[in-house]
Design a protein around this ligand. Sequence first.
Ligand code: TEU
Ligand code: CA
Length: 557
Amino acid sequence: MGETITPVRERWWKEAVAYQVYPRSFKDSNGDGIGDLNGVTEKLDYLKDLGIDLMWICPMYRSPNDDNGYDISDYHAIMEEFGTMADFDRLLEETHARGMRLILDLVVNHTSDEHPWFLESRASKDNPKRDWYIWRDGKNGAEPNNWESIFSGSAWEYDETTNQYFMHLFSRKQPDLNWENREMRTAVYEMMRWWLDKGIDGFRIDAISHLKKEPTLADVPNPENLPYAPSMVSHLNYDGLLDYVDDICGNVFNHYDIVTVGEMNGLDAVHAEEWVGENRGRLNMVFQFEHVRLWEPQAGLRPTPAVLKKIFTSWQEALEGKGWNALYVENHDVTRITSRWGDTEHHWRESATCIAAMYFLMQGTPFIYQGQEIGMTNTRFASLADFDDVSAKNKAKDLKRMGMSDAEIIAFLTRTGRDNSRTPMQWDSSPHAGFSTHQPWLKVNPNFEMINVENQLHDPQSVLNFYRQMIHLRKREKALVYGRYDLLLDDHEQIYAYSRLYGDERFVVLCNMSGKAAVWDEEALTLEGAQCVLANVAEWEEGYRLRAWEARVYKFS
Ligand code: TEU
Ligand code: CA
């Protein structure tokens, strides 16, 4: 303690609390069972009241919907099911009218195969847009190389018209753009400016780690020995990627007062500063993946506090005084955090709020994914037909081919599937959880009568009210925004504890990440002179003891 702290520059987006909306599942305003933009506008007061300053909305562009909007066929139009451009303009205006900001999802690793650029590109080998995508001849009558798509199967699709294959790292309806092509980049930059000139406040940049491909497109060695898809090794965070990022920033981002967050799978804390260092002039934050580990074999197992401490602390320390980052535990691609790390059976409320305090009060801009603030959980899938996600459907086919039974496949996808976080938002206990008046596009989680916004709004002990209190605490206390992070009780097997130090102020966050009571020694961490400013258990006891999944925040002054 008492060391000098490097001052970090104060910025609105560092003080902001962010919220991610998955529009298809947030709120249906016109009774067709599909969430839409007017539904989001309807709920802006709810978000404002929760304390949200910044909203990231997942793709709402024109799309054939193979990957729920991440396959864009027109960057300048709104998906019909979501509404119109006028609806979007009103959403933006109403967001700004409430003093909140809105960022869009920028999906430029690929387009839809129905995008006019791709239709032209596939038309002939000498089409001017041929080189906007990645085309290759087959090798010995098969795919150009052994890369696998992240959504199963080969990363190449054969196209009869010109007897060549095109690359798709995601679904076969998501052909990858060729970032080596300058004309393509120029067109993409124009599109970005078009939205920024409309007045949006920034972008979350989708799948940015994949923009740069290994130039020789060589086979990946020994794919069967890799813990996950070989594709990820050869085209994830490849050398030269930062040159593309510099080009995007130089041509577009740096000319606007905006916030940018890159989805950066494959980045570790050691290299984080290259991406978000304040002096680098690149991105403001990244969504790193180290704590998510969705695609690793152990997916579904609860990580130990030791592992969480190691990962989070490495990121906090690497960026202290140098750069900023996004904090998150959920999004539309991962399972629900209380199901994944917590204990929905015995300590649902406590574990949901304990995990919240753990990640939210570190240094960085916290993001909340819709429904996380009420402790939504993974759902139940009765049959394979209950899955909607293209990656789940492809995976199911693969597993079936490998000889797995339907029951085994359902169990696997229940544990790992992205549909878990895409079930409709649970607003109240009326039919369809108040999401819609119509049967929703994806089944509502059967626990909606217990877990919903309405039940929690007026219950002071609810997960929702814990989030609200925590958000308002962070807004009051600059130390919780800018203060330095230090890990405490490093070797404790149950408790994740850390402090935030800012000038003379010090906060201590204590989270028992286990289902058993935990004690610690006063010599290791004293609370003398401190005041409890937040707790997830009403009648908390004084002393050096935390109950199962208990979280407390103390202020020293
Ligand atoms: O996800 C991208 C994504 O998950 C990869 O960056 C990741 O590296 C990979 O899945 C495997 O590790 C984004 C969106 O969040 C997701 O919903 C989309 O399906 C995907 O891009 C394609 O646009
Ligand atoms: Ca609708």
